[in-house]
Design a binder for this molecule. Structure first.
Ligand code: TRP
Length: 77
């Protein structure tokens, strides 16, 4: 597999949002942590190295599965 995975868009709604990449394979561990401040956007793919992404802090996420906020029960409109 190369870099043909889905994209995920993360927009920080507060300072210090963390976007953490977790490794693909038998060993699931953090391999990258990116800090975003308010209004900053990260567009990331799932790759041969990255099988999961963890987001900490208030953010708006857009994926092929829909749009959601990290901090509420309510989906984005
Ligand atoms: N070097 C990583 C990779 O190719 C970069 C990366 C891709 C990443 N997607 C990510 C880092 C999501 C954090 C979160 O897999």
């Amino acid at each position: 597999m190369s870099n043909t995975g889905d994209f995920v868009v993360i927009k920080a709604l507060e300072d210090g949002v963390n976007v953490i990449g977790l490794t693909r394979g038998t060993d699931t561990r953090f391999h990258h942590s990116e800090k975003l401040d308010t209004g900053e956007v990260m567009i990331a793919q799932f790759t041969e190295h990255t099988s999961a992404v963890k987001v900490r802090g208030k953010a708006l996420l857009q994926t092929s599965h829909g749009e959601m906020y990290t901090d509420t029960e309510t989906d984005a409109e």
